[in-house]
Ligand binder design. Structure first.
Ligand code: HPA
Length: 273
């Protein structure tokens, strides 16, 4: 089946299950960051398994629900768990939910992830506004262009919306939430990086590294959706003590611990859209 038809099938199903719910913002919740979904009011929960053409979420710290409801007084649609390229899904599957959200009418996309802090000033638990990215994954727009969403050669000059970044900085100040800002680099995973790779990425201009987010951002920008991105720093990948190891469970724990701070900021931003 043509991918546009698969996308529309999912969108129609979700619209029917939710009595024509119209979301203003889409939210993608990364590893250990699903907690925000609990704060959504009047929610309708749809497991991915029930949505036509959706994949299952198999990654640790990812629940696999679509949650529709109200956050900060606005209708939102949140992904509690995302699909990763390292799970073996094609990029069309990884990014399909963003296109489905576009079909449902979102005007903004909020994305989040757990990431390794390459910048030497970054500590576990820091929140980083993603101001730009470096894509080292296959581009999700490779293949026939879907003209209904956007052009063959999309601009990527401002992948993360400057107005949303300003809004985040203003609100964080009011809420006494400290923010870092930097460049997110996406690799395929599933291995964490070697010390030499972390060093290489840092010298290439990356402040944080992860295994997600950029495919969704590219597809969102293709469809002209303004994006706000946030990384939660879950490991300090810049000074390797003798017993340093990366571990998926520790990453999820660190993300969980910072999740409330990020949820507060996302809610305040959505309130002020
Ligand atoms: N590398 C890649 N992905 C990650 C990391 C990391 O150090 N931490 C959390 N996700």
């Amino acid at each position: 089946m043509e991918s546009i038809r698969r996308i529309d099938e999912a969108a129609i199903y979700i619209r029917e299950r939710s009595n024509g719910f119209k979301p203003v913002a889409g939210i993608v919740l990364g590893s250990g960051l699903g907690g925000l979904a609990e704060t959504i009011e009047n929610k309708i929960v749809i497991p991915y398994a029930e949505i036509p053409n959706f994949a299952r979420s198999t990654a640790v710290g990812h629940k696999g629900n679509l949650i529709l409801g109200v956050l900060g007084g606005k209708n939102v649609i949140a992904m509690q768990g995302r699909f990763h390229y390292y799970e073996g899904y094609g990029m069309d599957i990884v990014t399909m939910p963003v296109r489905v959200m576009k079909r449902l009418g979102i005007s903004y996309l909020f994305v989040s992830n757990a990431a390794g802090g390459i910048n030497p000033y970054f500590k576990v638990g820091d929140l980083m506004i993603i101001r730009d990215h470096i894509n080292l994954m296959p581009n999700p727009l490779i293949g026939k262009n879907i003209d209904e969403f956007g052009p063959r050669f999309p601009d990527m000059t401002r992948p993360y919306d400057p107005k949303l970044i300003n809004l985040a900085e203003e609100l964080a100040d009011k809420l006494s939430i400290k923010l870092k800002k930097g460049v997110y680099l996406a690799g395929t995973g599933p291995t964490y990086e070697t010390p030499a790779e972390y060093g290489f990425f840092g010298r290439a201009g990356a402040d944080a590294v992860g295994m997600s987010t950029v495919p969704e951002v590219i597809v969102a920008r293709h469809a002209s959706i303004p994006v706000f991105g946030m990384s939660v720093i879950t490991n300090e990948a810049h000074s390797f003590s003798e017993d340093y190891v990366n571990d998926g469970d520790d990453v999820v724990k660190a993300a969980n611990a910072a999740s409330e701070k990020m949820s507060k900021l996302f809610k305040a931003m959505i309130e002020n859209l």
